[in-house]
Design a protein around this ligand. Sequence first.
Ligand SMILES: Cc1ncc(COP(=O)(O)O)c(C=O)c1O
Length: 382
Amino acid sequence: MEHLIHSRVKNIEISGIRRFFNMVANRPDLISLTIGQPDFPTPEHIKEAGKEAITDNFTTYTHNAGFLELRQAACDFILEKYGLYYDSDEVIVTVGASQALDITFRTILEEETEVILPGPVYPGYEPLIQLCGAKPVYVDTRSNGFRLSAELIAPYLNERTRCIVLPYPSNPTGVTLSEQELQKIAELVKGRPIWIVSDEIYSELVYNGEHHSIAKWLREQTIVINGLSKSHSMTGWRIGFVFAPSFVTKHMIKVHQYSVSCTSSVSQKAALAALTAGKNDAETMRSQYKERMEYAYHRLIKMGLEVEKPSGAFYLFPSIAAFGQSSFDFALDVVNKAGVALVPGSAFSEYGEGYVRLSYAYSLDTLKKGLDRLERYLKEKQ
Ligand SMILES: Cc1ncc(COP(=O)(O)O)c(C=O)c1O
């Protein structure tokens, strides 16, 4: 019966990050610097709010879009933090940013339309786009410090282009776009029949200045994706948000309703605590990530590796092109000979080939041990 599985589903693959992790996870004494989730526990007051929700029997379905107080808190949060104005009927609480992306693409993508993505990029977009019968079109950003720009986008625009994904701060590269860069993209796209899907899941983890959203200049054409997985160390609670004008959310809510009815009520109560009493919870984590980033960045530079200095998220993306191996072979060799796991860059599209991703969502102690091992390995390689 397997031949009756939909060809689009058969044609997509498990993410390269997971595949590599599953392959090497059982190796004894391995230091893994692969995982893209915070290593801090969820703040105590958020956990308490979740427990209270259970005790108070807040355990039934909520409004499909999330209960009103939470939606209002989400709107207040992004107004205060990023100057974005949305009404409570312009936000949907989703099952992580992942489901926000799924319902977004399913709401806006017709078959055969094209979606522009910067390469290298987070591997979560391509399969969702393909499941809609649409086509991912990669723009090589390597010569521009991994930053998508109006100049790079322009040659790819045609009558099939329906959407541009702006995933900044970026997983896997850690780079962000400046206000000017975002404004130029907004000017290029304004008035064309093209959506911007702005994945801002790392917006609270910016190390040099403020986070800016393109929605400030292009509200009517932008769908903003965000969530609490990274900012509040809540990956397992599965809370995401999608913000868009009401003429978008009124359609998107139908896809959401028939997909999940609503997000977990218990997680929603925890999310309310995160966005109100915990609206500055990310600060302490951010300062620790920054310290780790500075440490790991300088260690990689000292090893002679070429790497962009990140301005957000918790990843470094050094080039390993000088070693003449594929990123997969290099990463496997590092696992086998040095006992350190890094993600092969090829997991982030063909434009990630020649790089590896190092996550610094690990303690300084673990980072030091891992980087010591990597340094010894590279010395022996020379
Ligand atoms: C860029 C990006 N978008 C979305 C997600 C998914 O986030 P969530 O766990 O909230 O579904 C991730 C997770 O790693 C990510 O890196």
